[in-house]
Design a protein around this ligand. Structure first.
Ligand code: GDP
Length: 298
């Protein structure tokens, strides 16, 4: 339900005429295959992936007779692009505090996603703390404080301009002292001083590890779906610098480029864990490729 509603714009673009594309009346011919290919490119699946998918679809479709069978084939080929999802759920809360460093370029929805996660973990009964380590802009500290208030969780902050690594360090210290389950660390995302930003993020990471070996347990990178293929180059850049372990893709509700979720999963080894489907505190979903594909095609 939520998936389908949130992805409506991608659905519209992907298959404006989904019923028409795969209607019983359609025969499987080159025209139909071309129309599908066009839709996939429009949805920002990425040209390479799209060609790969269509090559397989076109070869295997020779054995098919109905457009509906073609739709199932297409869904299976797209599903195959996603890494297998773990069959058993991940063991929960083995480490305490679990430290999640949230990174991403300004404007992608980093702070919003952090707030949503604070709410999600709180709802799951976990004790959450936020560290406001984006000290570059005073507004960022205020903004993340507002999310902490909304999610009703604690926050560790210094004045703006303070050393972000020192805030992160204090966050870990406080999390240990207060018996916190999950520490969420907000970080800066200014891109115009890219080199400095990467050094800053590396330093935060080192500092956290010094206080708590093994931390951060997750480096979650937030990407904006509306930036399309750009999101992938951002992810590669951050990954090289700080080693990204999971991805969150925001604003899927406002874009027709939902294919970017497939594109990311098909080109990067890093799992897509969360998707943002709105601005509200509860508009975050755990990503599931099968639900995602069903939401687009059915
Ligand atoms: P940051 O600069 O990366 O921390 O970005 P913000 O968290 O301030 O978000 C930037 C804008 O994107 C805000 O207006 C958010 O409300 C909006 N936003 C964030 N996530 C989503 C989402 O999943 N869907 C929609 N529609 N808007 C979002």
């Amino acid at each position: 339900g939520r998936f389908k509603q949130g992805l409506s714009r991608t659905r519209d673009i992907l298959f404006t005429d989904i019923d028409d594309l795969f209607s019983k009346k359609r025969v499987i011919d080159d025209t139909l295959l071309e129309e599908i290919e066009e839709s996939l490119i429009m949805a920002d699946l990425g040209v390479d992936l799209c060609l790969k998918v269509m090559e397989n679809v076109s070869r295997k479709s020779k054995k098919l007779s109905t457009a509906n069978e073609l739709k199932d084939l297409l869904k299976a080929e797209i599903q195959a692009l996603f890494p297998g999802e773990p069959s058993a759920p991940e063991p929960t809360a083995v480490v305490k505090p679990r430290v999640i460093m949230v990174v991403g370029v300004n404007g992608t929805g980093k702070t919003t996603t952090l707030g949503k996660l604070a709410m999600k973990f709180t709802n799951e009964g976990q004790k959450v703390l936020i560290a406001a380590a984006d000290t570059f802009r005073a507004a960022a500290i205020e903004q993340v404080s507002e999310w902490a208030r909304r999610a009703n969780v604690g926050i560790v902050k210094h004045r703006d301009g303070a050393d972000p690594a020192a805030v992160a360090f204090d966050g870990v210290e406080a999390a240990i002292a207060r018996g916190i389950d999950v520490l969420l660390i907000d970080t800066a995302g200014r891109l115009h001083t890219q080199k400095n930003l990467m050094e800053e993020l590396k330093k935060i990471k080192r500092t956290i590890a010094k206080r708590l070996p093994g931390a951060p347990h997750e480096v979650l990178m937030v990407l904006d779906a509306t930036t399309g293929q750009n999101a992938i180059s951002q992810a590669k850049l951050f990954n090289e610098a700080v080693g990204v372990t999971a991805l969150a893709l925001t604003k899927l509700d406002g874009t027709a480029k939902g294919g970017i979720a497939v594109s990311i999963s098909g080109t990067m080894e890093i799992p897509l864990k969360y998707i943002g489907l709105g601005e509200g505190i509860n508009d975050l979903q755990e990503f599931n490729s099968q639900l995602f594909i069903n939401a687009l095609f059915d």
